[in-house]
Design a protein around this ligand. Structure first.
Ligand SMILES: *Cc1c(COP(=O)(O)O)cnc(C)c1O
Length: 230
C-alpha cells in the first residue's frame, strides 16, 4: 500500500516535469508518452503502475519479459515495448511479445524481424536505434548508417518504421546531453525529408535527463528509477 502511494507520487512528479519541459519548448505535453521501464520490477508492481494510469511498459530483455508477461499478459489497452539489445536468435519470441521494438540497429536484425513478423502475420512497429555519441560499448548504429537501415526497413511490408531511439551517455551534468538529443531530432528531420516518410517517434530521455529530452522533441521517454526507485 505504501509502495502504491510512493509510486503514485513519483508518477505525479514525473508528469509534472514532463509538462513543464513541454511548456518551456512550446510543445503539447500530450505528445509525450511515458514508457515505464520495468526491468527488475515484479509483475504486481507493474500492475500497480497500470492501475495508476501508465499504459506503455519497457523491458530490456526478451527472457525477462517472457517470464513476467508470457502467462500473465498486460491488459489489452497496454503495450509492452522492447528497449534493450535484441539478439537475432530471440526475434522469434520478440515478435509475439512486443508492440514496439526500440532497439533495431543492424540490417541482419531487420531481415530477421521482417521474416518472423511475416510468419506470424503482423506488421511490427520498430524504431532505429542510433548511437549518436559514438560510445564504443553502446549498441545502436552509427548516425551515418541510419539512412541505409531506414531504406531497408521501408522495403519491408511487415515492418513499420516509426522513428528513432537513442541512449545518451551518462554524464555528471545532465545539460551536457542536450546536443545528443538535438542531433537525434535533426537526424530524424533529415531522414523524413530525404525519404518523404513520416518518422513521428523519438524515443529519448531516461530518469536523469528526460526533461531535456522533452525540450528537444522526445515523444517517448523511458523511465525506470524516477518511477520505481533505485
Ligand atoms: C534501464 C533503461 C532505461 C531506464 O533508465 P532509468 O535511469 O532507470 O530511468 C531506459 N532505457 C533503456 C534502454 C534502459 O535499459
Amino acid at each position: 500500500m505504501q509502495e502504491y502511494e510512493r509510486l503514485r507520487e513519483h508518477l505525479a512528479r514525473v508528469r509534472c516535469r514532463i509538462e513543464r519541459a513541454a511548456e518551456r519548448a512550446g510543445r503539447d505535453p500530450q505528445s509525450v508518452q511515458i514508457v515505464a521501464v520495468t526491468k527488475g520490477i515484479d509483475r504486481e508492481k507493474v500492475q500497480a503502475a497500470y492501475e495508476l494510469g501508465l499504459r506503455l511498459f519497457g523491458e530490456n530483455r526478451v527472457q525477462e519479459a517472457q517470464r513476467k508477461f508470457g502467462e500473465n499478459p498486460l491488459p489489452p489497452d497496454a503495450e509492452l515495448h522492447l528497449i534493450g539489445y535484441l539478439q537475432t536468435n530471440k526475434v522469434r519470441h520478440a515478435v509475439k511479445l512486443f508492440a514496439l521494438i526500440h532497439s533495431v540497429d543492424r540490417a541482419a536484425l531487420i531481415e530477421e524481424l521482417h521474416e518472423r513478423a511475416a510468419r506470424v502475420g503482423r506488421r511490427l512497429p520498430i524504431l532505429i536505434q542510433v548511437n549518436i555519441a559514438g560510445e564504443e560499448q553502446k549498441h545502436g548504429c552509427r548516425p551515418a548508417e541510419a539512412a541505409e537501415l531506414l531504406a531497408l526497413g521501408l522495403t519491408k511490408p511487415h515492418l513499420d518504421v516509426r522513428g528513432l531511439m537513442t541512449i545518451a551517455p551518462l554524464v555528471a551534468e545532465s545539460e551536457l546531453v542536450r546536443p545528443v538529443f538535438r542531433a537525434l531530432r535533426e537526424l530524424r528531420d533529415q531522414l523524413q525529408e530525404r525519404f518523404q516518410h513520416p518518422l513521428p517517434e523519438l524515443s529519448m530521455g531516461m530518469s536523469n535527463d528526460f526533461d531535456i529530452a522533452v525540450e528537444e522533441g522526445a515523444t517517448l521517454v523511458r523511465i525506470g528509477r524516477a518511477l520505481f526507485g533505485d
